[in-house]
Design a protein around this ligand. Structure first.
Ligand code: ADP
Ligand code: PAZ
Length: 309
């Protein structure tokens, strides 16, 4: 290992072995099966080797952060109030952010004192399709200009300040749009996970960045060829499920297309929109994450990089 690298690097085996020194009771077989139901995609081995050590590591950081908040309040003689520990998860479209976020939420909620763990995705802060159409940027959904970044920053500030009830708009992959009037209420969680392709981006128009509110950040990385394949597979899955729903934005266009045409369509959308966004706006944010999880073709995480500070 390069002693002067900004990262501490682990291969899968080294990371999994961190778990052996844990005193916390490991997941029971029944809990693992329950998690499988929640995250049918992630293998139990992946939970044991990667996500359990990650959960314990984040737990450690969160408990030190809580102690620092307590000591600060005591020194300043000011009651700090509840300050959520905020974890950001970034990475490409279809790299596995929401799958990892759901699993991490379930595992962290099992921690000492059963912390309240909420999960929000930045998709909800996309402008509605009507606005994207009006701005002529429907083909740039997911690019920085397609988000109401000021509302997202306001949301982050309200949550971090411990406001009792903070509302986040909700995006539907079925409708392919923000759901009018639908909101998710965040009520002083102990931990908030916020996942999205833009969580580590630097925007010049806002004095603060989304990541200024983070206590920890993760970038899920993979070779583009793998992510493209995962995107196409997800599109095919959606075609056979969500797109069959007449409510789906894509129903009329994609519900009855053949497999070959579905692959061609997904490949074109990937190339024209998501790959361009990955190169221009998402991959450049990888170095800002505290932890980089590198996936291989089968979604298994084989390399973990922890930025020293
Ligand atoms: N660990 C995993 N094992 C197997 N499949 C996965 C895993 N993580 C994600 N996937 C699959 O990859 C695709 C993209 O995952 P998703 O969580 O939707 O990505 P994102 O939220 O980054 O867009 C989905 O079809 C999902 O089922
Ligand atoms: C809404 C999204 C920007 C969010 O990305 P994700 O949650 O998939 O990481 C993306 O799924 C998307 O819709 N991109 C536009 C091009 C496309 O239809 O894939």
């Amino acid at each position: 290992m390069n002693l002067y690298s900004p990262y501490i690097e682990f291969n899968r085996k080294e990371w999994a072995e961190l778990q052996e020194h844990q005193t916390t009771i490991p997941l029971t077989e029944m809990e693992l099966e329950q998690l499988k139901g929640l995250n049918e995609e992630v293998s139990i081995q992946e939970v044991k080797d990667i996500y359990l050590p990650l959960t314990h590591f984040i737990d450690l950081y969160a408990s030190v952060s809580r102690e620092l908040n307590r000591l600060t309040a005591s020194y300043l003689k000011k009651e700090a109030g509840p300050v959520p520990y905020i974890i950001g998860i970034g990475g490409s479209v279809a790299v596995g952010k929401s799958t990892a976020a759901r699993l991490l939420q379930a595992l962290l909620a099992r921690g000492k004192n059963n912390p309240k763990v909420d999960l929000v995705t930045t998709d909800g802060f996309l402008y509605p399709n009507a606005v994207l159409e009006e701005k002529g940027i429907m083909n740039r959904k997911g690019f920085p200009e397609s988000y109401d970044i000021k509302s997202l920053i306001q949301f982050m500030g309200d949550v971090k300040s411990g406001k009792p009830e903070v509302k986040a708009p909700v995006y539907s992959h079925l409708a392919y749009d923000v759901i009018p009037g639908e909101e998710k209420t965040i009520s002083q969680p102990d931990i908030l996970i916020i996942e999205g392709i833009n969580v580590l981006q630097i925007k010049k128009e806002t004095p603060l960045l989304v990541s200024d509110f983070f206590d920890f950040s993760i970038y899920i990385d993979a070779e583009e060829q793998h992510i493209r394949h995962w995107y196409i597979e997800r599109f095919k899955l959606l075609r056979n499920t969500a797109f069959q729903n007449t409510e789906s934005f894509f129903h009329s266009r994609f519900a009855n297309i053949g497999e070959e045409e579905a692959v061609q369509t997904a490949s074109q959308i990937w190339q024209d929109i998501n790959a361009k966004n990955l190169h221009e706006n998402i991959l450049p944010t990888k170095g800002r994450a505290r932890l980089i999880l590198k996936k291989e073709a089968d979604h298994s995480i084989q390399r973990i990089q922890l930025r020293k500070l």
